[in-house]
Ligand binder design. Structure first.
Ligand code: HEC
Length: 186
């Protein structure tokens, strides 16, 4: 066996293992598990939101959300237009749902800082400023109606490309730049 195929096998095995480890909490997440998460795992319960509760803070939070979170949560925080949202395990949370809104501001902030492990929800510590995270929490409290902001740009483009391919668009040709030398002989 070559080194290369051994490596491929190892990678595949590790992936299979970690994939089923990740999927377990989702498939067995019961009401009890949710209670544990709300009361024990997720910290920050009593932390107060230092960002002002006004439209400017909400708008700023919305802007950060549009940069960092829409790729998984959609612009509206309700997964609108995100093709893989339901296929992740656990699926991407609907941030307007009762379950999520039941967290305190401090807990939502804690989730942003630390992420949810194991799941696809990343930790934002070191990427976002603390103040930015608190403003995102303000936005999560004021999410617009589902679907009202449309599909994230990146998924729109993907859908367009699909359409073009289906309608038999011309494939891209790669030409050698003018004046370049023919490949050298060995
Ligand atoms: C790579 C995809 C991805 C990105 C990017 C992402 N999330 Fe998530 N998010 C998830 C997934 C998957 C879950 C579900 C996790 C779970 O239920 O355990 C989740 C869950 C959450 C939850 C609820 C956690 C819970 O306890 O159920 C909040 C709040 C949240 N995300 C906020 C955000 C914010 C705000 C951002 C941007 C700063 C963001 N997410 C970026 C994938 C993502």
């Amino acid at each position: 066996m070559t080194n290369r195929s051994l490596l491929t096998l190892t990678v595949a095995a590790v992936f299979a293992l970690s994939a089923c480890k990740v999927s377990q909490p989702g498939s067995v997440e019961s009401g009890v598990m949710k209670e544990v998460k709300k009361n024990i795992t997720v910290g920050g319960k009593d932390d107060q939101n230092p960002a002002p509760d006004n439209q400017a803070a909400i708008n700023e939070g919305k802007e950060h959300f549009g940069h960092h979170c829409q790729i998984c949560h959609g612009l509206d925080g309700q997964n609108t237009g995100v093709p893989f949202a339901t296929q992740m395990s656990p699926p991407v949370a609907d941030l307007k749902s009762g379950d999520i809104q039941a967290y305190t501001d401090g807990q939502l902030h804690w989730i942003l800082v630390n992420g949810i492990n194991p799941s696809g929800m990343p930790a934002w510590k070191g990427i976002l400023e603390d103040d930015e995270m608190w403003k995102i929490v303000r936005y999560i409290r004021h999410l617009p109606d589902k679907g009202s902001l449309g599909t994230p740009e990146v998924f729109k483009e993907e859908a367009e490309e699909h359409k073009q391919m289906e309608s038999g668009g011309t494939p891209q040709h790669h030409h050698r730049p003018a004046g370049s030398k023919p490949e050298s002989k060995h």
